[in-house]
Design a protein around this ligand. Structure first.
Ligand SMILES: Cc1ncc(COP(=O)(O)O)c(C=O)c1O
Length: 374
């Protein structure tokens, strides 16, 4: 039967357990497995190399992303680190100008020392991307919507540019999740996730994943790094993420609907300078987003009229949005992103990033109204 993505997500890990019939996945905590002479290839040996609960999660995510193989990690950054470690000294990668600052910092502080060459471009400008490509370009790294300015990039066009150059396109799909965008369908070669966010969905599990469009050399190299480096997702973490995936669709639908209402309302306010949300017709990436996003998403950012102190004031006056980093949980969060990103942050000083939770949208708007007005 050809099942819709929502059905697949709702049933993540719920196949009846072969031994007990249990409809929730088991958490396999064994670190080592008795070996028999008849063991088939792929049998479990040692939990760093493979674990049944982790494998169940990886297979579910690979299916949801329409990929061939997934690997899961102890965090989104461990996934990013592993992917970068597949590269050689002197390899070149292209990063977007607006990107999760953790990835930018990891590359600047560690991978430049290792010999990686990096160009940073505004990927909305495809000519700029094309001009940045050099013979040893191996990866184009995209985020759409980007963190924290919600720029939208055209994945099909980026994939075409990458492939013409013999490079690969990796898409950090943490913000969209496969429910909103399946980058592999648009030509991406690798999808990266911080499963800490929407997939886990409850701010109680740290994890990451890489999904590969093909089981190719890159996939095998990342698997070897994972096996040997060992930054793998623990079984309880994998179980929590599968539990989160079962309710991803209704959570993200409500969060997207509330985020759209909040973005539309913020745009009407005189004390707000700009609202960044792909669901707004005024957003520069609105038309591309229409073609590549099934929902507009639960994240938005906005710039208050005024300086950093004014933006911080709004955060401190809010009573419902917790002043906390991270995103994708059931609780709404708001943070002054430039402070979190530190001195080199390219984020405007008056920008606030918002992760819309599951509270009633009217309560969220009343709270923002209060925070902006006092
Ligand atoms: C878009 C994006 N990618 C990657 C990460 C890193 O993930 P983790 O915190 O799970 O290491 C984050 C974390 O905020 C993120 O927002």
């Amino acid at each position: 039967m050809n099942l819709s993505l929502e059905t697949l997500l709702a049933r993540t890990g719920t196949e009846p357990d072969e031994r007990t019939g249990g409809l929730a996945p088991a958490i396999h905590t064994a670190t080592t497995y008795a070996q028999t002479s008849s063991d088939a290839e792929g049998a479990f040996i040692y939990s760093r190399l493979g674990n049944p609960t982790r494998q169940q999660f990886e297979e579910s995510l690979a299916t949801a992303e329409k990929g061939r193989h997934a690997l899961s990690f102890a965090s989104g950054m461990a996934a990013a680190m592993t992917l970068l470690q597949t590269l050689e000294p002197d390899d070149h990668i292209i990063l977007p100008h607006d990107i999760y600052f953790g990835v930018r910092t990891l590359i600047a502080e560690h991978f430049i020392r290792w010999g990686l060459r990096v160009s940073t471009v505004d990927m909305r400008d495809l000519t700029a991307v094309e001009q940045a490509i050099v013979p040893n370009t191996r990866l184009i790294w995209a985020e759409t919507p980007s963190n924290p300015q919600l720029t939208i990039v055209d994945l099909k066009a980026l994939a075409a540019l990458a492939h013409q150059a013999g490079a690969r396109l990796v898409v950090d799909n943490t913000w969209s999740t496969p429910l909103i965008t399946q980058p592999i369908v648009h030509g991406a070669d690798v999808v990266l996730h911080s499963v800490t966010k929407y997939l886990g969905g409850h701010s109680d599990v740290l994890g990451g994943a890489l999904v590969f469009a093909r089981e190719d050399n890159l996939c095998h190299r990342a698997k070897a790094l994972s096996d040997q480096g060992g930054a793998v997702l623990d079984p309880f973490g994998a179980w929590l993420v599968m539990r989160g995936m079962r309710s991803l669709a209704p959570r993200l639908r409500q969060q997207s609907a509330s985020a759209l209402a909040i973005a539309q309302w913020l745009e009407t306010r005189g004390d707000v300078e700009a609202v960044h949300y792909p669901g707004l017709p005024s957003h520069s990436g609105h038309e591309i987003a229409r073609n590549q996003m099934a929902l507009w998403g639960g994240m938005l950012s906005f710039q208050v009229k005024g300086d950093a102190a004014r933006a911080m004031h709004v955060v401190h006056k809010s009573r419902l949005f917790a002043n906390a980093t991270s995103l994708g949980g059931t609780e709404s969060l708001m943070e002054h992103r430039a402070s979190v990103e530190g001195l080199d942050s390219p984020t405007p000083e008056n920008l606030l990033r918002v992760s819309v939770g599951l509270e009633h949208q009217n309560d969220l708007m009343a709270d923002l109204d209060h925070a902006l007005s006092v």
